[in-house]
Design a protein around this ligand. Structure first.
Ligand code: GTP
Length: 412
């Protein structure tokens, strides 16, 4: 479809729409922002410490390790913590989704599965809200970034790392992080990064790359390149203040041979990670989640439900497509409910059958007992009759027993 020609006009007086960016800014500030970050990695790699370091708060209390005697969970759990934080009047509803148990089992083959399910169920919840008539109060709980913590082995990626990233890279913005980088020397960090990157490349894994726009100024391009050159970020986390040999109080980790400063770019990539995640590209992360990752998931889902997707028509402006989508989703929901109801019905029938079988067995056992008792009494009576016929008188005890037995038999 050819687009209409655009005529360029110069205004002769002040109209006021140059103020639009400020209006958008004010509206966004008033509404606040929502951001959800997921942290994945084996336990003890410093996830909670890093999140607290990033947002400069104790948002995320470190968990006590599970004692060996305690019963261990069987699968990766998903937990989320939300907090409203404010900086210079800007409110941010930050949610951290933690995945305890990841990589902690003897068999970690399916560790990625509950995490993928969680990400998709958040997409599902968002889709449901989009299809509501009143879409004013849409809450965006989709995961906007996933910080994947790599153990600082100095070798290369492990199978579990590759599997996780391969399964999730098209569902979430992946940000790989080399945890506890202070346990490696500078050369080790450098060569480890190269190996991690070549593994990522070899397995065609797409990690989050900040977009570069046309006509970007040199400063922005430089900043972009600098951040990109640090991926995977080799980080050190700490919320403790320590004093450097030259007397400065810094966030860092003190060792007998010196201090590692978290916020010093010569010591680790923490500053660049924060720049990417919070200061420069938070909006890009949200945008890519909405327009690429979620859109692809949504299209795939609706196509699988038999609703063709026309990518050239924006979903908001095509009522026929919207109605078809709503119907397909509604039918899917009904189908799911029907399956659930059938399952409940089957379960109830099974329970009833089991109960009936049990009462049948009880009745049968009672009948057998009664028959045995009668048989016993009959043989006792038979015995007594024979003795009476033989001429021996009954002893008083035998007389009472005979009376009782006869009475029992005569009882209606
Ligand atoms: P789980 O809650 O069990 O999943 O652990 P986690 O990954 O959240 O680790 P956590 O932040 O609780 O840190 C575990 C230990 O590692 C703590 O003793 C931290 O002080 C220490 N730690 C955290 N970050 C670093 C780091 O960058 N370098 C070093 N050397 N130790 C760290």
């Amino acid at each position: 479809m050819a687009s209409d020609p655009v005529v360029r006009k110069k205004l002769t007086g002040y109209v006021g729409f140059a103020n639009l960016p400020n209006q958008v800014h004010r509206k966004s500030v008033r509404k606040g922002f929502q951001f959800t970050a997921m942290v994945v990695g084996e336990s003890g790699l410093g996830k909670s410490t890093l999140v607290n370091t990033l947002f400069n708060t104790t948002l995320y209390p470190p968990r006590d390790p599970i004692p060996p005697s305690a019963e261990r969970p069987q699968t990766v759990a998903i937990q989320s913590i939300s907090a409203d934080i404010e900086e210079n009047g800007v409110r941010l509803r930050l949610t951290v989704v933690d995945t305890p148990g990841f990589g902690d089992f003897v068999n970690n083959d399916d560790s990625w599965k509950p995490i993928l399910e969680d990400i998709e169920s958040r997409f599902d919840a968002y889709l449901e809200q989009e299809n509501r008539i009143n879409r004013q109060k849409t809450v965006d709980n989709r995961v906007h970034a996933c910080l994947y913590f790599i153990q600082p082995t100095g070798h290369s990626l492990k199978q579990i790392d590759i599997e996780f990233m391969r399964r999730l890279h098209q569902k979430v913005n992946l940000i790989p992080i080399i945890a506890k980088a202070d346990t490696l020397t500078d050369e080790e960090v450098h060569s480890f990064k190269q190996r991690v990157l070549s593994d990522i490349h070899f397995h065609n894994i797409q990690i989050f790359q900040a977009p570069v726009y046309e006509n970007e100024d040199e400063e922005t391009l430089g900043e972009h390149e600098e951040i990109a050159s640090k991926i995977p970020f080799a980080v050190v986390g700490s919320n403790q203040e320590v004093v450097t040999p030259d007397g400065r109080a810094v966030r860092g980790r003190a060792y007998p041979w010196g201090v590692i400063e978290v916020d010093n770019e010569e010591h680790c990539d923490f500053v660049k990670l924060r720049q990417m995640l919070v200061r420069t590209y938070m909006e890009e992360l949200r945008e890519r989640t909405d327009q690429v990752l979620y859109e692809n998931w949504r299209t795939e889902k609706l196509v699988s439900l038999g609703v063709p997707q026309d990518s050239s028509v924006f979903k908001e402006t095509n009522p026929a497509q919207r109605v078809a989508e709503e119907r397909a989703l509604h039918e899917q929901k009904l189908g799911k409910m029907e399956i659930e109801m059938k399952m409940v019905f089957q379960q109830k029938v099974q329970e009833k059958e089991a109960k009936l079988k049990q009462s049948e067995e009880e009745l049968y056992a009672r009948h057998r007992d009664m028959r045995d008792a009668l048989e016993k009494q009959r043989s006792e009576l038979e015995d007594k009759r024979r003795r009476l016929e033989g001429g021996r008188p009954l002893t008083p005890t035998e007389k009472t027993a005979t009376k009782n037995t006869t009475r029992r038999f005569l009882r209606p």
